[in-house]
Ligand binder design. Sequence first.
Ligand code: BEZ
Ligand code: FE
Length: 290
Amino acid sequence: MDFTELESAQVVTESFAGTSDPRLKDILTHLTRHLHAFVRDVRPTLAEWEQAIGFLTETGQACTDTRQEFILLSDVLGISMLVETINGPDSAATSAGPTPSTVLGPFHMTASPCRELGDTIDLIGSTPECVIEGQVVDTTGRPISGASLDVWQANDKGFYDVQQPGAQPPGNGRGMFVADNVGRYWFRTVTPCCYPVPTDGPVGKLLLATSRHPFRPAHVHFIATAPGYESLTTHAFVADSEYIDSDAVFAVKQELVRDFAIVDDPAVAARFGVTAPFRLATFNLTLVET
Ligand code: BEZ
Ligand code: FE
């Protein structure tokens, strides 16, 4: 078969006929069909094609041990969120409604330090203080004793520790907690704020060229794990945060938005080891059995 505009995809997919891994063969066949259809639709000039290659090259070159520009590209194009949504818990599957998943993001690149329940993950002593507490349960509402909770968030200026080595102590804003024997957990932190995704690379240029803002609403990341349950990657979002309706990476799900209430009562503050006023949020997590 000749390589013509109409038959190009078929010529290329046939070249994969000898692929022994059926899943790889299927993925390459679909990739070829969609990419060829895209090129036929868009009809790029040679100069535009070179520009596209240049953009992807720059994206790869921007990646380092502490920066993942390809994940960021996938995030701002909504692909990370689509993959999460396809693979995450099916909220309609059970009446108890498992907690939805959302994007991992590019800043979970270092092991979170183990901490005791009630510890703070803010190693700097920033304000306003915040307490997050909740319970990890299964889809029948039974507590999951000893569930692990890996949490991470940006500091009060909107930067992760890995973005500011030297300025922030390693592990700032991160903690690995083990829920108690009735699945309860609680920890102290600084109240999360909204922040821009990194804009000094090729993805930033894409956002600028499309007049899109780079901000994410205030949030705390969680990965909840327990033997016998699907691991859950998610966020708790702050209800009154700016950008809650226009997250740059499309990761907000209404079930994950929480009231971070302002608490003025010094007696309540003393119970949690913080100073009033502080913010208090409850974030319960429902995991799905494997
Ligand atoms: C984050 O929340 O850490 C994040 C997610 C996607 C892109 C950039 C940052
Ligand atoms: Fe984040």
